[in-house]
Ligand binder design. Structure first.
Ligand code: PDD
Length: 288
C-alpha cells in the first residue's frame, strides 16, 4: 500500500502520524475555513480562484493564515506530486489554532493550524449524463454562508436527510426563496435564461458557479444572478447544481416533481460540454 503524505502545521507527515490536538479550535468549535480544489490529469483547476477565496474567508473570520500564497501553492503541488494524484481533490483547512477552550479568540501569537491532504476522486460521469434527484428543505443555516467555514452543521443535516431518502442533494430555501444546495449552488432555466441566487451572504459564491457564468456569458447564453422561488424551481424547464466535485450536475426530479422531460435539458448539457472544454484547455486533459 502506498504511504500517503499529508501536511500538518509545517510538516509533511504520513497520514497515520498526523495527530490533531484536542484543543484545536477547528476540532472544538468548527472555528476555521476550508477549500476543496479539483485536480484533473495531475493539473490543478481554478487554483487562483480557490486561493483567493481561502484568504477572503480567513479575512472575514479574522484568521491570519501563517503562510504566503506561494507557500500554500507549493504545499498543494508537493502533496499532489508525493501522492501521485491524477484525478482528485486537494482538501485544505485552516483553523484558528490551538488554545485552552474559551469562546473568544486566543492571543495573537497563537498561530492558525493548516492541514492539507489529497484524495483520488473520479468525475461523476454516470450521474452527469443521467441526472440526479434532489429534495427541498428549509435553509436553517446562519447568515454568513458566503464564508467557506468548517462549521457545516446546517448543510450536514440537509444532506443527511437527502441521502437517507435516496437523493443526491438537498436544495435549500429561505421561505419562498431558493438559496443553494447543501454542498452546491443551484440553478434553474426559465424561459431559456439561466437563473441563480446572487452572490450575497446567503450563499457560497462557488468557483464552479463563476466558471459557469463566464462560459454562459462567452457563449451568448442568457445568465442572470437573480433570486427565484420554490414554485419557479418546480416549474423550471431545467435545473442543475454545481460544485467542484459535481461540476454541472443535472437535476431531473425534485421530491416527486419531474423536471422538464425527466432527463438532462439542452442548456444544462451545453454547459456541461463547455465546462468539459474548459477542463481540457486548462488541464491538458483527454476527456470525453
Ligand atoms: N462544497 N455551496 C456550498 C454550500 C458548498 O459547500 C459548495 C462546495 C458550493 C460550490 O462551491 P465550489 O464550486 O467552489 O466547489 C456551493 C464543497 C465542494 C465541499 O464542501 O465539499
Amino acid at each position: 500500500m502506498c504511504v500517503e503524505t499529508v501536511f500538518l502545521n509545517g510538516e509533511y507527515v504520513k497520514r497515520s502520524d498526523a495527530k490533531v490536538d484536542i484543543e484545536d479550535r477547528g476540532y472544538q468549535f468548527g472555528d476555521g475555513i476550508y477549500e476543496v480544489i479539483r485536480v484533473y490529469n495531475g493539473e490543478v483547476f481554478t487554483m487562483d480562484e480557490h486561493m483567493e477565496r481561502l484568504y477572503q474567508s480567513a479575512e472575514k473570520m479574522k484568521i491570519t493564515i501563517p503562510y504566503e500564497l506561494k507557500e500554500i501553492s507549493s504545499i498543494v503541488f508537493k502533496l499532489m506530486k508525493d501522492n501521485h494524484l491524477k484525478d482528485g481533490i486537494v482538501y485544505m483547512q485552516v483553523s484558528r489554532g490551538i488554545s485552552q477552550r474559551q469562546h473568544h479568540f486566543p492571543a495573537e501569537e497563537v498561530p492558525a493550524s493548516l492541514v492539507a491532504y489529497t484524495k483520488e476522486v473520479p468525475r461523476p460521469e454516470k450521474q452527469m449524463k443521467e441526472g440526479v434527484t434532489a429534495m427541498l428543505c428549509e435553509d436553517i443555516r446562519w447568515l454568513r454562508c458566503d464564508i467557506k467555514s468548517l462549521n457545516l452543521l446546517g448543510n450536514l443535516l440537509a444532506k443527511e436527510e437527502a441521502a437517507s431518502r435516496g437523493h443526491f442533494e438537498a436544495i435549500q430555501h429561505r421561505g419562498e426563496t431558493v438559496t443553494e444546495g447543501s454542498s452546491s449552488n443551484a440553478f434553474i432555466v426559465k424561459d431559456g435564461t439561466i437563473l441563480t441566487h446572487p452572490a450575497t451572504n446567503l450563499i457560497l459564491n462557488g468557483i464552479t458557479r463563476r466558471v459557469i457564468k463566464e462560459l454562459a456569458d462567452q457563449n451568448g447564453m442568457p445568465f442572470v444572478e437573480k433570486t427565484f422561488t420554490v414554485d419557479e424551481l418546480l416549474s423550471a424547464e431545467e435545473i442543475f447544481i454545481a460544485s467542484t466535485t459535481s461540476e454541472v450536475m443535472p437535476v431531473v426530479k425534485v421530491d416527486d416533481v419531474t423536471i422538464g422531460q425527466g432527463v438532462p435539458g439542452p442548456i444544462t448539457s451545453k454547459l456541461q460540454a463547455l465546462f468539459t472544454g474548459r477542463i481540457k484547455e486548462d488541464c491538458k486533459v483527454q476527456v470525453v
